[in-house]
Design a protein around this ligand. Structure first.
Ligand SMILES: [Zn+2]
Length: 384
């Protein structure tokens, strides 16, 4: 692994130990562990004198190490988690290769880079990338991996950097020593993170998604190394399960899902048609058999929606309950009065227009309540 010189010796010198909120905070004057977020990279984890390292961050000249466990001030040789270092190296090197592939193939430049625990992202300077271009870039990046090129670490200075063909010019603010990462004849970039010794150790680079960000940039999500394998394992598991549940081979899954969507749409239409017909029948029955001014009905929401259309609501108020919320409709009584009155006693939310409103109570409302409320609220109302 290509590890910057200052992190080769993982010795930590602790000047002070503080305990806050059940955490042990170590103030280190010298720290051979890589801090979180530095250069967009993940920080080291591992053990420090038996204590588990939780977080590492730079604070001016000193480094703060948060651990779980008891540690006294002193000098300690820590044990950084090497498989994590390798994972970080795979993501970093993978990112250099991917960013370089975007330049080689499509002159798309990387503006920024971020490494997360699940994937890494690069923001590139175009608002959209054709899927075919993404595929070509991914292919080229993986060919570079398969060429197993040597990854070199070159220590130079800002003054001498002009001797190298850097993918991205060095910021003018930087002076003094500069660390370059050279990947065969494919890429040279200034970088202070962990990298693999060869491109072959990156294993694989997989783009897993894109998203438009900040108006004019595209964020490319990708994984390398063992993370790429984990990604495929997860997706194959999901596909296998889907294929089992839908009794279709993976190749037939898309056709099967489209068929199911079509069926669901057809059934939805049929359900709507049946609900409408049922509402029409109910409305006829109510017209012929009931003289009540207040109609109380329970049933499916779909039926309720149609009932409002078909029941003669002149001189009547319809209360329809679908098991969770109420619908009130009338052409003669302002149903908002009913909603407001119910809210005062039963809480919940609701509202609407004078002739149609919805209401969802916090507590159950007994059916008799509507009769009482109707008589109280609308006794002086003249029927239209
Ligand atoms: Zn790097």
């Amino acid at each position: 692994m290509k590890i910057p010189e200052r992190y080769l010796d993982p010795t930590v010198e602790i000047r002070e130990v503080k305990r806050t909120d059940g955490k042990t905070i170590l103030v280190a004057t010298k720290c051979g562990l890589y801090p979180d977020g530095k250069g967009g990279q993940l920080g080291d984890r591992g053990k420090l004198n038996g204590a588990t390292i939780l977080r590492i961050f730079e604070n001016g000249e000193e480094t703060i190490v948060e651990v779980e466990g008891i540690v006294e001030p002193g000098v300690y040789k820590t044990e950084p988690d090497l498989s994590r270092r390798m994972d970080i190296a795979q993501q970093h090197t993978g990112q250099h290769i991917l960013s370089a592939a975007f330049v080689h193939l499509a002159e798309i430049e990387t503006v920024s880079f971020h490494m997360g625990e699940e994937y890494f992202t690069i923001d590139v300077d175009v608002p959209y990338i054709e899927p075919s271009v993404l595929k070509e870039v991914e292919d080229l990046a993986n060919k570079v991996v398969q060429r197993d090129l040597v990854v070199e670490e070159i220590l130079t200075t800002a003054e001498q950097v002009g001797n190298y063909n850097l993918r991205k010019p060095l910021s003018e603010k930087i002076n003094g020593p500069v660390r370059l990462i050279k990947i065969g004849d494919f890429d040279v970039s200034a970088c202070g993170g962990f990298h693999t010794d060869t491109t072959g150790q990156v294993g694989m680079i997989k783009i897993i998604g894109t998203e438009k960000v900040k108006g004019e940039l595209t964020r490319v999500y990708a994984v390398s190394g063992l993370r790429a394998l984990r990604y495929f394992q997860k997706y194959t598991d999901v596909l296998k399960e889907l294929s089992k549940q839908l009794t279709a081979s993976v190749d037939e899954l898309l056709i099967r899902v489209r068929k199911l969507q079509e069926q669901a749409r057809e059934r939805g239409l049929l359900l709507s048609k049946l609900s409408e017909e049922y509402a029409q029948v109910l409305a006829l029955k109510l017209r012929d058999e009931s003289q009540e001014k207040l109609l109380y009905l329970e049933g499916y929401t779909e039926v309720g929606n149609f009932l409002v259309r078909y029941v003669d609501l002149n001189g009547r108020l319809l209360v329809f309950y679908d098991g969770s919320k109420y619908m009130f409709a009338s052409k003669s009584y302002d149903v908002r009065l009913l909603v407001e009155s119910l809210k005062q006693t039963y809480g919940g939310k609701g509202g609407g227009k004078a002739d149609l409103a919805n209401y969802q109570p916090d507590r159950p409302v007994r059916q008799e309540v509507f009769v009482e409320l109707f008589n109280n609220l609308y006794q002086h109302v003249q029927e239209v």
